[in-house]
Design a protein around this ligand. Structure first.
Ligand code: OGA
Ligand code: NI
Length: 354
């Protein structure tokens, strides 16, 4: 694992470049990857699910349909306190607005990615994305370490703890709906993720203003490697785009909503009934943007493969060979965002008839 010990070259926080008059070459995407202006105008948007619907009122069907056809949906009436969401978001905005020396005390390394960082992947000379982030472990408890979280603003740790507890509850509700939507027992997917030993990581994304948003991306196309992601979008500035049938669709977050998406591990567990979908973030010339991804993951040392009962019911062959999440996530940690190439390469390795 030597290649994951240190960054291949000095890290330059994007925030420190943000006021430059021109976009440094490292951030200029090849023409085929640049965000095209036309995409944003499309009226299509991801499905919305109201979680306050009465029991039997269609939540299971709505969630399951969204995960089969889009891999993405927004939830409203999700039960997480709006006051808490506001406090949590403001705490993290406060952190990113601290002087650079303060933030650099938390500089991360590719060994665990925990802390303040600016790149994903360790390939020397790689093209880079126009975004900084803070990555931390929330679960399991033995990986959670307050000393690795910012000490300033003072309310940040408490707000992050409370937020983690509440969003975990939401994830469990959604997992039940996802299980039922596959015809499985309500707790089946949760069990497959390790029961009460699931993992949670939080990635706070900060996308500074960009001198040439037409040439750069805040985050390159990728699918999330974990189980499921709950994204808290910026309350004013859009930027998330989802690839639907080969076209980039701009998501317009509803007020007080969360955006939920299927990760590669749920695609594997569901034997591709539910799909993880490529997404990316664009940036703007005049507005910075903050988003928070809550990654709901399997316990990292158990092999994750298609749920056996599901194969019996559907009579389909397993599309994936089991792999632990510890092994799976090394790919994105080494290579950075690479579309859906990893889960697709896992498909190619499956042995037909097993
Ligand atoms: C992520 C992600 C999108 C965004 O952090 O994995 O896809 O809008 N973020 O910041
Ligand atoms: Ni993502």
């Amino acid at each position: 694992m030597d290649c994951l010990q240190e960054w291949p070259e000095p890290i330059v926080p994007v925030q420190s470049l943000s006021e430059a008059p021109t976009l440094p070459d490292r951030y200029v995407k090849p023409p085929s990857q640049r965000p095209s202006v036309g995409d944003a105008a499309r009226s299509l948007d991801i499905p919305v699910v109201d979680l306050a619907m009465l029991p039997g009122g269609g939540v299971v069907e709505a969630v399951s349909e969204a995960c089969r056809h889009w891999g993405f949906f927004q939830v409203v009436n999700h039960g997480v306190s709006l006051e808490l969401v506001r406090r949590f978001r403001e705490a993290w905005r406060g952190f990113f607005h601290l002087p650079m020396e303060e933030k650099k005390r938390y500089a991360n390394s590719p060994r665990t990615y925990e802390g303040y960082g600016s790149r994903l992947g360790v390939d020397e000379g790689a093209n880079l994305d126009w975004g900084d982030y803070y990555f931390l472990h929330f679960l399991p408890c033995y990986l959670k370490d307050h000393d690795k979280w910012p000490a300033v603003p003072p309310c940040l740790r408490e707000a992050t703890d409370e937020y983690g507890v509440e969003v975990r509850k939401l994830c469990r509700r959604v997992m039940r709906a996802l299980s039922l939507g596959l015809g499985l027992d309500a707790d089946r997917l949760q069990k497959a993720l390790g029961g009460d030993d699931e993992g949670v990581c939080i990635r706070v994304n900060f996308y500074p203003r960009c001198p040439r948003p037409d040439l750069a991306l805040g985050l390159s196309p990728h699918s999330d490697p974990g189980g499921m992601t709950v994204l808290l979008a910026d309350d004013h500035v859009h930027g998330l785009q989802v690839c639907k049938d080969g076209v980039w669709i701009t998501v317009h977050p509803l007020p007080n909503a969360f955006i939920i998406n299927v990760g590669d591990q749920i695609q594997v567990l569901s034997n591709a009934e539910y799909k993880s979908v490529e997404h990316r973030a664009i940036v703007h010339a005049k507005e910075e943007r903050l988003s928070v991804a809550f990654f709901y993951n399997p316990r990292s040392d158990i092999p994750i493969g298609p749920v056996p009962e599901l194969l019996t019911v559907t009579g389909r062959a397993a599309l994936y060979r089991p792999m632990t999440f510890d092994d799976y996530r090394l790919f994105i940690r080494r290579k950075g965002p690479r579309g859906k190439s990893q889960v697709e390469s896992l498909e190619a390795m499956a042995i037909p008839g097993t």
